[in-house]
Design a protein around this ligand. Structure first.
Ligand code: HEC
Ligand code: HEC
Ligand code: HEC
Ligand code: HEC
Length: 394
């Protein structure tokens, strides 16, 4: 039986939101896989958690990601399939997708050096040329924003339908310019973009109707999705709880007052403790993980480096080489303020010193929770605080 509809996402199923988006993304795609999407274009927001995240999700949920201009350097080929061909009432319909070729997009992607983006117009012209003989209809998904999509369509002939995404804060009623219908739904699934196409007997589109409507209470909830939603809420609630308790991706030191200064700075005034620390495994924790592969090691950084992804904390070996290992401040809290207090000498600064002292005093005293941020059940099941404490106190 031929299907009489296609379900498509034009790009940006993720929001930019850092690591916390990882759970959302997973649930969104679980929902998408229940719905049964035909094609999902990779948008620039979708890259913000790195491409390995997308590849994992694709494998897990068999998601049909497409992108005609996102390339991987190692193989010099498209990261996902550039297009997909679908059957619509017996017609061969090609769907391809592109995103902007602004290099800053990849900077927010954790393994950015491994990818590159080619010009969307060049990539699209090539694809349309390849596909036009083999397909009855060509659909382009352009994660370029609406204005850029209008410019794009002037430069690429042969597209029957273009669906634009990115910063789609307003929905746009579908219009036709020359041979191409241009549509845009609203961002973050606020609308159902619903476009009805009428074909003549030559299978050319001779009319269309934009039936897009807001996804509000007039659309009845599917019980399957209510289950998914409550599972999502539970997951978020338990993640929030874990943050205060045990967490596999160690959250930053409880009270982050000021910045990390690094253990070398402490050495100047606490030589004895420094020396003791160098003899503990914390001082070589980074050596246990460094495979030299930044992408692989990233998963390990929260517990094998200091202040990962916080101000002045570890980011990568190139920019913050001094912040490797589990240093003093992972247990004693950030100590920028503390160092300032103890380097002040002048009488005039006494009042400033008093208020800074108050700040420094907020550094929590060490207790079991200091350690179980990293010594989690998963990583160190037999961790016994009292026994372990003896090995690290100085
Ligand atoms: C310029 C000298 C100086 C530097 C640098 C310095 N400290 Fe201190 N620190 C002191 C002095 C003096 C004391 C003891 C007096 C006090 O607590 O007021 C102290 C006390 C402490 C204490 C025990 C009291 C408390 O506040 O918990 C800890 C822990 C500590 N320092 C950690 C660190 C760490 C970690 C670093 C490096 C990030 C560091 N210090 C850098 C001078 C320094
Ligand atoms: C930022 C993460 C982190 C924090 C916080 C942390 N640890 Fe660790 N700890 C590690 C890592 C990682 C290792 C393993 C280092 C290695 O062998 O490569 C380790 C190793 C140890 C070891 C050595 C275990 C062995 O097999 O010899 C002891 C003991 C220990 N930690 C105790 C503590 C205690 C006590 C605290 C709290 C006061 C604490 N740690 C806080 C990450 C952390
Ligand atoms: C949630 C925090 C956490 C993360 C994330 C983490 N580790 Fe660890 N790791 C620890 C702790 C805590 C220890 C010390 C455990 C112990 O003493 O048995 C440790 C110990 C180790 C050791 C020492 C040998 C051993 O098994 O006792 C190696 C090697 C190691 N980790 C590798 C890695 C690698 C590789 C990654 C990333 C894929 C990673 N760790 C991620 C917390 C973590
Ligand atoms: C794994 C956790 C851990 C790390 C890492 C660590 N310390 Fe400590 N430190 C302790 C514990 C536990 C004590 C015992 C007293 C307490 O509960 O504050 C202590 C005590 C201290 C004290 C106070 C000593 C006193 O006499 O009151 C200073 C100063 C200090 N550490 C400095 C450092 C410096 C400097 C480094 C890094 C070179 C460092 N610590 C790394 C856990 C740690």
């Amino acid at each position: 039986m031929h299907s009489n509809y296609l379900i498509i996402d034009a790009g940006d199923f993720l929001r930019r939101g850092g690591k916390s988006m990882a759970i959302d993304g997973e649930f969104i795609l679980r929902g998408f896989s229940k719905i049964g999407y035909d094609a999902i274009n990779i948008g620039e927001n979708d890259l913000s958690l790195g491409y390995n995240y997308l590849i994992d999700l694709q494998r897990k949920f068999e998601i049909p990601f497409i992108s005609a201009n996102l390339y991987r350097r190692d193989k010099n080929e498209a990261l996902f399939q550039p297009y997909t061909i679908k059957d619509l009432l017996g017609l061969r319909v090609a769907i391809f997708g592109v995103l902007r070729n602004d290099p800053t997009i990849l900077r927010s992607c954790e393994n950015d050096q491994e990818l590159y983006i080619i010009d969307p117009v060049i990539a699209s012209k090539k694809i349309v040329k390849d596909l036009s003989d083999r397909c009855d209809l060509i659909i382009a998904l352009t994660n370029l924003g609406y204005e850029n999509s209008m410019e794009f369509v002037k430069q690429v002939d042969g597209i029957d339908l273009l669906i634009s995404s990115h910063n789609a804060f307003r929905e746009k009623q579908a219009i036709k310019i020359n041979e191409t219908i241009i549509a845009q739904s609203k961002y973050q699934g606020q609308n159902i973009g619903d476009l009805l196409l009428y074909l003549d007997k030559n299978n050319d589109i001779n009319n269309f109707e934009d039936l897009s409507r807001p996804l509000n209470e007039t659309i009845i909830d599917d019980p399957k999705f209510n289950d998914l939603l409550s599972e999502y809420r539970q997951k978020i609630a338990s993640e929030n709880k874990n943050d205060n308790n045990r967490n596999t991706s160690a959250p930053p030191v409880t009270k982050s007052i000021g910045y990390y200064v690094g253990s070398k700075t402490c050495q100047a005034c606490h030589a004895e403790q420094y020396l003791h620390w160098t003899k503990t495994k914390h001082a070589t924790a980074f050596d246990s993980i460094s495979s030299g592969n930044d992408i692989k090691d990233r998963e390990c950084y929260p517990c094998h480096t200091t202040g990962f992804l916080t101000s002045n904390g570890f980011r990568n070996l190139q920019t913050t080489p001094d912040m490797i290992q589990v240093q003093c401040e992972e247990c004693h809290g950030t100590r920028f303020t503390h160092v300032r207090i103890h380097t002040f000498t002048s009488e005039k600064t006494r009042s400033a010193k008093a208020s800074l002292q108050q700040l420094d005093n907020q550094n929590d005293t060490i207790n079991a929770a200091t350690c179980t941020r990293c010594h989690t059940e998963e990583r160190d099941r037999d961790f016994d605080y009292q026994t372990a404490l003896k090995q690290v106190s100085h």
